[in-house]
Write a protein that binds this ligand. Structure first.
Ligand code: SAM
Length: 291
């Protein structure tokens, strides 16, 4: 059967270059171009937009993004074995696919976008599950804000997706990821993707999540917010006066009682009962107390 973009079917491409999936690189490939088309369209409209894709692998989503009209795709992949497949796509879409081999965790993605003409830019990716949350946290902590991307359309395991969009009422999922995400972005789950859609199939269902950066998030220092949520949710069943005991910032150990009082949060509350605004007040209080 002909593929919509007239390139060879992905299964054939992967066989030809003998690209066996490596677990260590979180490789679960999507071969169904109808599905990758759906993901690409959910990141759209793509005309005039530069897409940064993390982990293109053999290029299922890359092909869809280009076919759906992205101005250009900058694809950052760690696995050199994907080179022939990606180069074939680059030839099919002259000048529109820029392949960068490297670790997305240490690559300056904003600088890459600037090198290729700047925004509007957004990130769209079927993320390697082992570094997905680390990448997301990094993007949420971007400085300056608003960041260089105007949207994130990302595939995660369903359980991680639920942790991103959770609110304090959904206590099990609400945690550090929800606070950081909710602080800086509007989040929603777009749709689920069954494990059977991937090769090899992972053990769990996945979900595509959208995060749209807030133009004016509540002012606060992201790194402090991040450190505070780590401490507070590290012992999520404990009261904050206990979990924040000994919380240290800028080499100084803070008094939890003083910190909570300054942030106007009851000492007996647990982390999972404090909303994003409450954590922002805590971060602001910690910042002021250690300046
Ligand atoms: N986008 C392809 C798809 O949908 O079929 C592949 C997705 S697969 C879940 C994740 C991809 O991320 C793999 O190709 C893997 O090699 C790549 N990857 C893993 N760690 C990476 C890293 N640190 N930096 C860049 N890419 C990475």
């Amino acid at each position: 059967m002909n593929e919509p973009d007239n390139l060879p079917p992905l299964r054939e491409v992967v066989q030809a270059i003998d690209l066996g999936a490596k677990k260590s690189l979180g490789q679960n490939f999507l071969f169904d171009l109808n599905l990758t088309g759906r993901i690409a369209r959910s990141a759209g409209p793509l005309q005039d937009v530069t897409i940064v894709e993390i982990g293109p692998g053999p290029g299922g989503l890359t092909r869809a993004l280009l076919h759906e009209g992205a101005k250009q795709v900058i694809a950052v992949e760690r696995d050199e074995r994907c080179r022939p497949a990606l180069e074939q796509i680059a030839q099919h879409y002259p000048g529109r696919l820029h392949i960068v081999f490297g670790d997305a965790l240490t690559t300056d993605l904003g600088a890459l976008v600037a090198q290729h003409g700047g925004g509007p830019a957004r990130i769209c990716a079927n993320l390697p599950y082992n570094i997905g949350t680390a990448l997301l946290v990094r993007w949420l902590e971007s400085d300056p804000w608003p960041p260089w991307f105007d949207r994130l359309t990302l595939m995660f395991q369903r359980e991680v997706a639920e942790r991103i969009v959770a609110t304090p009422n959904e206590r099990i999922d609400y945690g550090r990821l929800a606070v950081l995400s909710g602080w800086r972005a509007k989040t929603r789950i777009l749709f689920d993707v069954p494990a059977s859609a991937f090769t090899p199939p992972p053990k769990v269902t996945s979900s595509v999540v959208e995060l749209v950066p807030r133009a004016q998030p509540l002012p606060c220092n992201g790194r402090i917010l991040s450190a505070l949520t780590l401490a507070a949710f590290g012992q999520r069943r404990k009261m904050l006066r206990q979990s924040l005991k000994g919380f240290a910032l800028r080499g100084r150990s803070l008094d939890a009682h003083e910190l909570l009082q300054k942030a106007q949060i009851e000492e007996t509350k647990r982390a999972e009962e404090v909303d994003v605004e409450g954590f922002v007040r805590l971060a602001e209080a910690a910042d002021q107390l250690t300046r």
